[in-house]
Design a protein around this ligand. Structure first.
Ligand code: DGY
Length: 320
């Protein structure tokens, strides 16, 4: 039987590429080159399936050009904001993602962002690297302690729940807002807020874990930042589109916000030079899920979805 033809758009872990090469007529990208939009369309037109990352954008315009052969977009990501799901559905293209397997890794990065922001990690690191650490004093680099503070989770899905668990480990009280309230065994004593506004008012640390959709774009803006307690900390490991970065810069510059820990930005790759110029921001380049274990698991999960699809079964992680 002929194997389905599969394009793996970015360089994946060896175990994933080896399994794909065994089971599919696979096109790999060993140099990890980023496709232009035209190249992506051309490459997808001659395959049955594509396994992209969030770096490949399948807008309605791209999907309209894909032609009849492509049957499934099996994402190597939990986020699906890079795919126009309605357009894919209308074109009869199945879309899947990789939930669950990156929750631990992303929660770790959320903790790193929180601590890096609260304890002025970027400033301290920069000082030593620049050879400028020439004094110590009890007044030196004093940050904010998170123990005992209120940890607000905006979006209590899988990643939000694991992150909340890690925050409990720091003795923090968990508050959350979610479209639906969690059952007791998942809520674990966290305080539910039925509005974003109510959550923000009590979040000494606010950690974003909601998907990027038209409804959540710019959810954190001048108005909502002003609702946070004085000198709060913002953590974003979800998507840059959730935050109005100009408003964030203003809140950080004024000191209204103590600090921010950010793994995601409106513009990626690259980030925001205005944020990078501020001392009270701890920055990472979208590496929430970048561990060996999680990258392996994401690739395996994407292949499991493909295998199910081509075996005529429903892929476990179908989103469109
Ligand atoms: C995800 O899975 O959505 C991460 O942001 C990495 O792509």
């Amino acid at each position: 039987m002929t194997k389905p033809k599969l394009l793996i758009a970015r360089k994946l872990r060896p175990v994933v590429e080896a399994r794909a090469a065994r089971d599919y007529d696979v096109i790999l990208n060993p140099e990890d080159r980023v496709f232009s939009q035209g190249e992506l369309i051309a490459a997808c037109r001659v395959v049955d399936a594509v396994l992209p990352c969030h770096s490949e954008r399948f807008s309605a315009g791209v999907i309209a050009e894909l032609g009849p052969r492509l049957k499934i977009i099996a994402n190597h990501s939990v986020g699906t904001d890079h795919v126009d799901l309605a357009a894919a559905k209308a074109a009869g293209i199945v879309v899947t993602n990789t939930p669950d397997v990156l929750s631990d890794a992303t929660a770790e990065i959320a903790m790193l962002c929180m601590l890096g922001a609260a304890r002025r990690g970027a400033e301290g690191d920069a000082l030593i690297r620049a050879g400028k650490w020439d004094v110590w004093s009890p007044a030196f680099m004093v940050g904010r302690q998170v123990t005992g503070k209120r940890f607000g989770v905006l979006g209590m899905g899988r990643v939000g729940q694991v992150t909340a668990e890690r925050a409990r480990g720091f003795g923090m009280q968990v508050h959350y807002h979610n479209r639906t309230r969690l059952p007791d065994h998942l809520e674990k004593g966290a305080v539910f807020h039925d509005t974003v506004e109510s959550l923000l008012a009590v979040s000494d640390v606010l950690s974003l874990h909601c998907p990027s959709t038209p409804a959540t774009a710019g959810l954190i803006n001048a108005r909502t930042l002003a609702l946070l307690p004085e000198r709060a900390i913002l953590v974003n490991t979800a998507r840059g589109a959730l935050v109005d970065e100009d408003a964030l810069i203003a809140a950080l510059q004024s000191g209204r916000l103590f600090a921010a820990g950010l793994d995601v930005f409106q513009t990626e790759p690259g980030g925001n030079p205005g944020l990078a110029a501020l001392p009270n921001v701890f920055l990472l380049p979208h590496i929430g899920s970048a561990t060996e274990e999680t990258r392996d698991a994401m690739g395996v999960r994407a292949l499991d979805n493909l295998d199910a699809f081509f075996a005529g079964r429903a892929p476990g992680d179908r989103v469109a």
